[in-house]
Every structure is written in structure tokens, then in C-alpha cells.
Write a protein of this length. Sequence first.
Length: 398
Amino acid sequence: MIKAEPRTILSFLHNHFDVVRDLFEYQSQDGVITREVFDMVCNRHGQNMKNRIREYRVVRTVGSDFEMRDVYFKLMEFLLFEFKPLLPETIEKYKSSITELYLKIRKGEQTDRDILLERIKNLSQQVREFVDLVERNAFRLLNETRDLKSNIDRVEYREKVHKASFWIEYYILPLNKILDVNHSESVANRVVEISEYANRRRLDFGDEGARIEFEKLYVQLIQTNQDLLRQSRILTNELLPLLERIRTESLILTGFIEFLRNPYRMETPPLLKGSRTMAYSKDMLFKVREFFEQFQQPDVVYLEDGVSDFDKWIFDRDYFLGQLRNQMPVNDFFGWCVKMLNKDFDHIDTEKFFALTGLLFDEDLSIEFPKKNERVTISTTTSRISVPKLKVEPALKL
């Protein structure tokens, strides 16, 4: 039993935190604090340190050695976040304690009231400890996996494969099974069953004090279900894919390293000759410099208005149609077109000739085709056109 005041113990932990941390680190590494290590740590911080550590019951003797008491060890684990992941078997033991208390509560509902209230509180404590261990395990496994992925300690690929496979087989998959609500034997499934029972009893139980405790238990279990679901998602969505990626990548690299150690052990397929290319030309710098240098000295540019030489003839349909009507009947329409163009031009342009021939489509004209195969050859600047000899007259109006 500790005789010192609580404030005195807290003051000791505050002023001599390094001593307790050193003892915690040695026990975390070796599982026990040897007498030599204990004497060395205490002498480093003062002669009277041994008596004060024993007085405040920081350690206890284990044969000729020492170990920290659980309350101090767990406190340092929490403060330093330096706890190791526990095997799922250690966490699964809570299923037995939680189930046993649950069954005793159901059987002893109408017995001693104080015993019932105490069992409800103990059940709440067991659930709280279970959730705490699950969260610590998931957090620690996630940190360990990220460190393994980044390979801070320069672990060989073969060892990374073994570690990833070991964590998946002995930690991740069993822990995921514990948190699987749909699995009938999981702890999470049992927590859901207890929460349903607590929900009924908080509403219809006869004793008011018991209803209050059932109410507290129900609220706690609802939050517990949410916490377990979140941890299950971490395991499924983060840890498992990360470890599988480590295992796959490491297996490929490990196999290639083994091949390089003995490349002539088996015949390999022909490989392409390696070559190094660049995304840009080697003389790109000079080409870019040449491109910009041409704009440093601008050339003198002169602008002048030039007179474009082109034919400004515009086909006047009404004029030529009037000329055609005045001269009808015309026995050779295409010959008439040539005569009209020769009045203004020395040479007949093909486009102008075809523009005049468009007069044939006028509705007021009557076209008569020759009885014999009489044809006329028209020579233009670009073509020789053979056309029939058409007779054009005014159309008869009914």
C-alpha cells in the first residue's frame, strides 16, 4: 500500500520522468529490468532514487530482477504511445468475460439489486477495455505497416515479405474476424446482441436505478458499435491493401534479385537492348536561341497599294435576255452566244460562255432541237465544246 500522497507521486513523475521512461524502455525491450540495469538507472539520477521508486511502488521484484507495475507501465504506454500490437487471442478473451457477465445479468435480473448493478458496471468496464485494446492494436499495426512500406530501417525485401505475411495471417485477419458483426462467434456480434437487450431493459425494467444503468450501458454500446465499425474499416480499407501491396512488390523484387544472383540457371527470353533517349533534341538550346534571335533585329517592311489585274465583267441577265428576244427567232443559240461575247472580248472565256447558255432555262423561250444530228464546235480559252444547233423562239402563251 502506498503511504505517500497522490500529489507527491504525481510530482515525482513530473520531476523524474526520465527515470520512469528509462525503466519503461528497458522493460519494453527485454521484458524485465535486470538488477544491473536498475542500479545503473537509479545511480544515474541520484543515490536516493532507489528508495523513492520502491516507496512509490513503481517497480516490484521478480526473483533477483524487477519489473514495472502494470499501472505505471500502461501509463507510460499511453503517454508515449509505445505499446506493441497484441495477438487477437489476447483480445478475444474478452468475449468470454463479456458473455459470462451478460448471461449472469439476464439470469439474475430479479435477484439482488446491488449485485445486478455491479454486474452491469463490470460489463461496461469489460467493453471499455476491449474497445481500447482494439483501437491500440489497429493504430499500432497501421504505424508498423507504414514504416515497413517506407522501409525506414532498411529491411531486406525477403524480411518485408515475411513481416507482411505474418501480420496478415496472425493479426489482421483474426482481428477482422473479431470485429465482423455478421459472424455469429465474433465479439462485435455479441456486443450488438447485448445492446439490443440493454435497449429493451432501459425501457421496461421495474427498478429505476437499474433502468438508469441499462441506459448508460446502451449508450456506451451504441458508441462501441460505431468505434468497432471504424476500426474494421481501417483494417479492411487501409491495412490489408497496404500489406498486400508490400507483399506483392517485395515478391517481385525478391524474385528478380534471386535471378540476378544466378542469371544462367535457366534460359531466359531475349530482351530488348536498352537505350537512352531524351524527350527533346540535343541541340534544342541552339535552335531555340536561333528562333528568338531572328526577332531581335526586325526587318524593314514596305507596304504599298497594288492594283490587282482581274476581269471585272459581271453577267447582266436582263440585258442579254432582251437582246435575245429582239433577235428571235435565233436558229443557232450557241452561235449567237459566241457573237455576243465577241462584241466585247477578243477571246471567249469558258465561264462567260456558260453564263450566257443559262438563258435557255427562261420560261418564255421555246427550244427546238434539230431533226438531224447537227452540231457546232465552240472554242474557248480553255476548252473545245461540241454543242447541238438549237433554235430559240418565243414561247406560245395559252
